[in-house]
Design a protein around this ligand. Sequence first.
Ligand SMILES: [Zn+2]
Length: 126
Amino acid sequence: MIPADERAELARRYLAEVSATGVEQLPPTVLMREVAELRRLLGQVLAVLAERQDEARQLAEIRAVLAAFDWERDDRQYALETVERIVTGPAPQLDSELWTCRSCGGQFIGRRPADDRCRYCAGGAR
Ligand SMILES: [Zn+2]
């Protein structure tokens, strides 16, 4: 994929180039070609924008994880895995998944709770 900055720069350059001529001075065939190219470039710029928004959301989520993290007491491995999940997207939730309770270390198969605590450690029925 072309880097984001390059895609935006291509659109900027093309727009500057075609803007030198007023649309009313252009024959329909040239205008049509221009519209097609502008549509393509607009699509690329919007894709860049969507990528940036996604990155900004991930960054905000990672900052929240770090802000809530207690370096003395919290599980660093768990924090790293949480950050990794934010960056790579949610792991598929399989019903046959093997998971470890992060409180008692017990191993379980099946639906994994969001906080990685078994129902005994979470307290109360699930
Ligand atoms: Zn447990």
